[in-house]
Design a protein around this ligand. Structure first.
Ligand code: G6P
Length: 611
C-alpha cells in the first residue's frame, strides 16, 4: 500500500528518497512521485514504477536537501500521472504526500469548490492539500497550525508529510491509522512508512502514534498532539540488519523467504521452549496466562494469509485446549456488531501489524472489555502496540507480497500457545505435551530436508503452468492449508484457484473436475487419511489430475495420484507447517514460468493500511 519517504538534512535528498522508495516497492503500488525543495520546489510524478520515475527525471533539476517521495496504491482515482503524489494545493502553498483514506473528502471538496478551489486529480489527498491551504489563508496561522486544524476536520486514516511554501525549512508529518516512522540522524531526519528505507541511515527511530504531529527541521524535532500539546518522543533502536531486506543471491524475495523458513521457525521458537523440552514459556504473555486459562472462548481476527493461520489455530486450540474458537475476517467482524464477552480472549494475527481492518477490530474488541492479544511479525507495529499483550513471530522482514515465512511462523506461534494453554488447563496429557514439544523443535530440520526437493516442485509446476483453474483440497488441519495453497497460486500467478474441505467437494466443486483440472490434495497421514484417500478416488473417477502432498513412504496414494510430493513425518498437529511448503514452491515456480512479477503481483499490497 502507499509508501512515504521524506528527508531533511545536509545531503542531496534525491538519491535517499529514490532508494527509500525502492525499499518500499514491496508494499505494492502503481505510481510514484517526488518533490524536491531547493529555492523552488520541483515535483515529478508518473504512473508506473520507481524506475519509470528515475527515467522521467533524467536531465531535470533534482537538487534539494529537503524532499518527500511517495509510491501510490490507488484508492480514489485510477493510477495515472495526475493522481500520483505529491499533490499541491491550488495556489501552490502546500505539497502533500499521504497514505490512507480521507472518508469525508467529497463533502470537504464541495465546500472547497464553493470557495474557489480547483482540482487537478480525483484524489482525496488533493482535497487535504487544499483544505490545509484554505485554513492557512486565515489570519496569523502558521503552516503547522493549518495542518493541525485541517486534520481536525477530516475523518478517515492518514499518514502524511506536508511541505509549506512559506516555511520550506521544515517537514510536517502526522499520523492516524496509517504507519509513519521518523529516523534520527546527525543533523538530519528521515521519514518513512516503515523502517526499511531508514536502517541504512540510522537505527534510532520514533514511531508516531495516532494523532501525533511532528514538525521537523534539520536540527530539531517537535512532537505534539493534534491539539497542540507537547509530547516527549520515545526513541527506539531498530533491531534490523540491511541484509534482511535484500535478496541475498535469490532471484526473488519470495524464494528467499521460503528458504528462510528453517531459520524463521527456529527464531519463533527461540527462548520459548524449556531446555529439557518439557515445557513452553512465553514472557510476553506471562501476565495474562490466568485470563487465557480461564477464557470461555477465543476469537481470532485477521485478514488474508493471517486468517488462514488463524483457522489452523482454531483446530489446534479446540483439539488440545478444549476452548471454543471463532475465526473472523477482521473486515466482517468490525462491522457486524459482534457479541464479545469480557471473558473472551481475542487474538489478532497480522504479519505487518498495520492492517487497517484488523486494527479497527482490535479497538472494537478492546471497547468490549475483552483481553486482546497480538500475534505480529513487525516489531513496534501498530497492532503490537494496541494489543494488551502478545507474541512476536520474529520471522524477520517479509518483503514478497505473498506471505510465506510469516504464515509458518504464525502457525508455529499459535501451536505453542495452544499447547501451553492446554497444559495449564490440564486438557493435554503430559506425555503428549512433551512428545509434541520434542517434535516441534525438529520442524526446522524437516523443512530443510523438504526444501531439497525444490527441483521436483519445479518440474510439476512446468507441467501445469498453463492450467486455467486449480482446486486445493484438504481435511482437518489441512483444510486451511488448502485455502492457503489456493491463495498463493491466485496471488502471484493469476490462475484461478479454490481451496475446499475435501468432503465438501461433492457439494459443488466436483462439477468442475475434468481431465484439465489439476487438483492438489493435501493427504498426509493423519486421522482423516482413509477419508482423503476416498476423495482422491472420487477426483480420479472424474479424470481430474491429482497432485498429492503425502507423508514420506506413502505407497497407497502413490498408486492413484498423478504426482506425489512427500513431506517428512511429524506429529499431526505440526504437519500443516510442513504441508504448506510444497504449495508455496509450486505457486512460486508456476508464477515464474508464467513470467509474473512474483514479489509485486498486480493490484496487491503487502500491508493493507486502508479499510
Ligand atoms: C495483504 C497481504 C497478505 C496478508 C494480508 C494480511 O493482503 O498481501 O499477504 O496476508 O494483507 O496482512 P497482515 O499484515 O495483517 O498479516
Amino acid at each position: 500500500m502507499c509508501g512515504i519517504v521524506g528527508y531533511i538534512g545536509d545531503k542531496e535528498a534525491y538519491p535517499i528518497l529514490i532508494n527509500g522508495l525502492k525499499r518500499l516497492e514491496y508494499r505494492g503500488y502503481d505510481s510514484a512521485g517526488i518533490a524536491l525543495i531547493n529555492s523552488q520546489t520541483n515535483t515529478y510524478k508518473v504512473k508506473g514504477k520507481v524506475s519509470d520515475l528515475e527515467k522521467f527525471v533524467q536531465g531535470k533539476d533534482i537538487s534539494g536537501k529537503i524532499g518527500i517521495g511517495h509510491t501510490r496504491w490507488a484508492t480514489h482515482g485510477e493510477p495515472n500521472d495526475a493522481n500520483a503524489h505529491p499533490h499541491a494545493s491550488s495556489k501552490g502553498n502546500f505539497i502533500v504526500i499521504h497514505n490512507g483514506i480521507i472518508e469525508n473528502y467529497s463533502t470537504l471538496k464541495e465546500t472547497l469548490i464553493k470557495n474557489g478551489y480547483t482540482f487537478k486529480s480525483d484524489t482525496d489527498t488533493e482535497v487535504l492539500a487544499n483544505l490545509i491551504e484554505y485554513i492557512y489563508e486565515g489570519e496569523g496561522i502558521s503552516a503547522e497550525d493549518a495542518v493541525r486544524y485541517a486534520l481536525q476536520e477530516v475523518s478517515g486514516a492518514y499518514a502524511l508529510v506536508v511541505v509549506a511554501k512559506d516555511e520550506q525549512d521544515k517537514l510536517i508529518a502526522a499520523r492516524k491509522g496509517s504507519p509513519l516512522v521518523i529516523g534520527i540522524g546527525e543533523g538530519e531526519y528521515f521519514l518513512a512508512s516503515d523502517a526499511t528505507p531508514i536502517i541504512e541511515h540510522t537505527k534510532s527511530v520514533i514511531y508516531l502514534n495516532d494523532l501525533d504531529v511532528a514538525v521537523i527541521t534539520k536540527h530539531e524535532l517537535n512532537l505534539k498532539t493534534l491539539k497542540n500539546d507537547k509530547i516527549t518522543p520515545k526513541v527506539q533502536k531498530l533491531d534490523l540488519e540491511i541484509g534482511e531486506i535484500e535478496k541475498g543471491g535469490f532471484d526473488h524475495f519470495m524464494l528467499k523467504e521460503i528458504f528462510e523458513q528453517p531459520q524463521t521457525i527456529t527464531n519463533t521458537l527461540r527462548g520459548r521452549i524449556s531446555a529439557d523440552l518439557k515445557d513452553i514459556h512465553h514472557g510476553g504473555i506471562s501476565g495474562v496466562i490466568p485470563q487465557l486459562v480461564a477464557a470461555k472462548r477465543l476469537i481470532i481476527i485477521a485478514c488474508g494469509t493471517s486468517w488462514h493461520a488463524g483457522l489452523v489455530g482454531e483446530y489446534i486450540f479446540e483439539e488440545f485446549a478444549r476452548l471454543p474458537v471463532e475465526v473472523e475476517y477482521a473486515s466482517e467482524f468490525r462491522y457486524r456488531n459482534p457479541v464479545i464477552y469480557k471473558d473472551d480472549v481475542v487474538i489478532a494475527i497480522s504479519q505487518s501489524g498495520e492492517t487497517a481492518d484488523t486494527l479497527a477490530a482490535i479497538n472494537l474488541a478492546k471497547r468490549s472489555g475483552a483481553l486482546v492479544l497480538g500475534v505480529c511479525n513487525v516489531v513496534g507495529s501498530s497492532i503490537s502496540r494496541e494489543t494488551d499483550a502478545g507474541i512476536y513471530t520474529y520471522a524477520g522482514p517479509e518483503i514478497g507480497v505473498a506471505s510465506t515465512k510469516a504464515f509458518t511462523s504464525q502457525v508455529t506461534a499459535l501451536t505453542f500457545l495452544a499447547l501451553m494453554i492446554a497444559h495449564r488447563r490440564e486438557t493435554i496429557k503430559q506425555e503428549d505435551y512433551e512428545r509434541i514439544i520434542a517434535a516441534m523443535v525438529e520442524i526446522p530440520k524437516k523443512i530443510e530436508a523438504l526444501l531439497q526437493n525444490n527441483d521436483q516442485f519445479k518440474k510439476i509446476a512446468a507441467l501445469y503452468k498453463d492450467a486455467d483453474n486449480f482446486l486445493y483440497l484438504g481435511r482437518g488441519y489441512f483444510f486451511p492449508v488448502a485455502l492457503e495453497g489456493a491463495l498463493k497460486l491466485k496471488e502471484i500467478s493469476y490462475i484461478h484457484a479454490e481451496g475446499y474441505p475435501a468432503a465438501e467437494m461433492k457439494h459443488g466443486p466436483i462439477a468442475l473436475i475434468d481431465e484439465k483440472m489439476p487438483v492438489v490434495v493435501i493427504a498426509a497421514k493423519d486421522k482423516s487419511y482413509e477419508k482423503i484417500v476416498s476423495n482422491i478416488q472420487e477426483v480420479k473417477a472424474r479424470k481430474g489430475i491429482v497432485i498429492a502432498i503425502v507423508t514420506e513412504g506413502d505407497t497407497v496414494i502413490k498408486k492413484m495420484a498423478d504426482h506425489v510430493l512427500e513431506i517428512p513425518h511429524t506429529e499431526d498437529v505440526l504437519a500443516p507447517i510442513l504441508a504448506v511448503i510444497p504449495l508455496q514452491l509450486l505457486s512460486y515456480h508456476i508464477a515464474v514460468l508464467r513470467g509474473c512479477n512474483v514479489d509485486q503481483p498486480r493490484n496487491l499490497a503487502k500491508s493493507v493500511t486502508v479499510e
